[in-house]
Design a protein around this ligand. Structure first.
Ligand SMILES: Nc1ncnc2c1ncn2[C@@H]1O[C@H](COP(=O)(O)OP(=O)(O)OP(=O)(O)O)[C@@H](O)[C@H]1O
Ligand SMILES: [Mg+2]
Length: 253
């Protein structure tokens, strides 16, 4: 398994666990969507996997190596993890290229430039304007930029916190296509917290439903999409039989 958690608990205030005994397995190059109500602990979950919020009990392993006690900056280098936080983390006044390069601080200079060229070359929306200020980008382009920055050191595991937040429906679809492309191009395992559950599950191998810091449901993404409880609570109240969901599900099956 690429990424595993066992009985993970974590929180901010003594005595209150926001994550309450989370276990899951994610195989190499799988994409997993995490859904759940606001405040259920999704962002805390990613922060704990990344090491920004320490685990109180339990373990996190990457490729079999226990990294539970390893601080976040070392997880980036030693365990090849990358994290794109929920809130906009693009440095607006810096150029697009500088933003991408910022993800490769520890890389040797020449390799860093080569890697930035590679990523900017792959995404013309960024590459064609690489010397423009990052705050001139659209919302979707900014998300892509944040992802490219995270990809600079060639991570094995990519944690994304609501990458499609605030995007128009067409841009949401485009973003998920891009994530699938990244998995293919970069051989990366992806864990993605999402509100756009239908589209995200549609491109995922696995899904996990987090409720009050616990795993309420976990399984193959296509099975979760067809689960009546999931579709009612998390897929915008759409029963699995409505045309919107059916068309996405059929596209997947
Ligand atoms: N830095 C913090 N200090 C104290 N409590 C926090 C902190 N960050 C989050 N919490 C609390 O932890 C709980 C879970 O928050 P979290 O951000 O993980 O939820 P979420 O599922 O990501 O929500 P959303 O869908 O709104 O992004 C909430 O009750 C929140 O108030
Ligand atoms: Mg969140």
């Amino acid at each position: 398994m690429k990424l595993q958690a066992r009985d993970l608990t974590a929180g901010y205030v003594p005595g209150v666990n926001i994550l309450d005994g989370i276990s899951f397995d994610l195989a190499d190059q799988e994409i997993m969507t995490v859904i759940g109500p606001n405040g259920s602990g999704k962002s805390t979950f990613l922060k704990c996997l990344m090491g920004f919020v320490p685990a109180r009990t339990g373990t996190v392993t990457i490729s079999g190596a226990d990294c539970t006690k390893v601080p976040a900056h070392r997880r980036v280098r030693r365990h090849r993890m990358a994290f794109v936080p929920q809130l906009d983390n693009v440095f607006g006044p810096m150029s697009i290229r500088e933003n991408v390069r910022a993800g490769g601080q520890h890389m040797p200079r020449r390799e860093r430039e080569r890697r930035a060229d590679e990523l900017l070359g792959r995404y013309p929306a960024l590459g064609d304007r690489q010397h423009a200020r990052a705050d001139s980008l659209s919302g979707g382009e900014r998300q892509l930029l944040a992802v490219c920055r995270a990809l600079m050191p060639r991570p094995d595991v990519l944690l994304l916190d609501e990458p499609s937040a605030g995007l128009s429906p067409a841009k949401v679809t485009e973003l998920f296509d891009t994530i699938v492309g990244i998995r293919a191009d970069e051989d990366v395992t992806v864990l993605c917290v999402e509100q756009n559950a239908v589209q995200s599950l549609a491109v995922s191998d696995r899904g996990l439903v987090l409720v009050q810091g616990q795993v309420a449901l976990e399984g193959a993404a296509r099975e979760l999409m067809l689960d009546p409880q999931v579709s009612e609570l998390y897929l915008g109240g759409l029963p699995a039989s409505t045309p919107e969901v059916t068309s996405v599900v059929e596209g997947v099956l």
